[in-house]
Design a protein. Structure first.
Length: 276
């Protein structure tokens, strides 16, 4: 059975996220609905793209993903439904699927044209929910609009590869709940460009000369526990999603602070890797 996922920047204070679920229950009998996140930073489509890229693959094939981030229908931004990697994505054509389409070609892209004549201020309920219900019932996406062959792309989301200076110049892509700093430098890019050379990762005033395979690998377990330096140790690793991440071992953002606050790193800040 299909699953319908919800991702938005609506937060949890207001009624918006709950209203979407209510609208889905009005359309369908006991639908399977899963919240991925409603805490995307407002209108941050890069952050949403990262969340979607790294969550959708954990759901069954033919799942339907509603994305309510910068979702208003305008003359410059149409609504679309995309079949990609066996999943359906319903969103605005604002570049939000760029991280996915960088790696996987879309199977089909439909520009939605079944909008109500009345102006809508809540596209997710008035349009996306109805499209999701149609797909959930087994309907064809060909019936909700016309096929197009190109999606709007986000620019400046990939790192710069400078062959002359032997350097990858990347940016902060996302900061998670632990204040771990996720960059847009992927594991594949790092090793293909680096060719096993020695390196230095530079993040403001902090330098990393080693990449570990897990958070705990940074700890010397051969040293007596009372003599170890554990909490507060800075770490660079490739996270489960394959992106270079900077972290502080077992730091608490609410007390001591995490990598983002202690390193002074926020969205779009520069992270570079210099190879010998």
């Amino acid at each position: 059975m299909s699953v319908i996922t919800l991702t938005s920047d609506y937060g949890i204070k207001d009624h918006y996220a709950g209203s979407i679920k209510g609208a889905l229950f009005n359309e369908l009998i006991n639908p399977n609905i899963v919240d991925i996140s409603h805490q995307i930073s407002p209108f941050n489509i890069v952050e949403a793209a990262y969340i979607i890229e790294n969550s959708y693959k954990n759901f069954p094939e033919n799942s339907i993903h509603i994305i309510g981030v910068d979702s208003e229908n305008t003359p410059d931004q149409n609504h679309i439904v995309v079949k990609l990697d066996g999943h359906y994505f319903i969103c605005a054509d604002n570049g939000i699927l760029s991280l996915l389409t960088n790696k996987i070609n879309a199977e089909k892209i439909i520009e939605i044209n079944v909008h109500n004549e009345n102006f809508s201020t809540f596209s997710v309920i008035d349009v996306f929910v109805k499209i999701a219900a149609h797909i959930y019932r087994g309907g064809s996406i060909d019936l909700v609009g016309k096929e197009i062959y190109k999606l709007r792309e986000l620019y400046n989301i990939n790192p710069i590869l400078n062959e002359k200076t032997n350097e990858i110049i990347g940016n902060v892509l996302y900061v998670d709940n632990y204040e771990n700093v996720v960059t847009n430098i992927t594991k594949n890019t790092f090793f293909e460009f680096g060719k096993s050379r020695k390196f230095e990762i530079n993040a403001r005033n902090y330098v990393f000369k080693e990449i570990v395979e897990s958070y705990s690998q940074a700890i010397r377990f051969d040293v007596l526990k009372e003599n170890r330096k554990e909490i507060g140790k800075k770490i660079a690793l490739f996270n489960k999603c394959g992106y270079l991440e900077l972290s502080i071992y077992k730091s608490n953002p609410l007390t001591t602070g995490g990598a983002s606050s202690l390193f002074g790193l926020n969205y779009r800040d520069v992270i570079s890797v210099k190879f010998e």
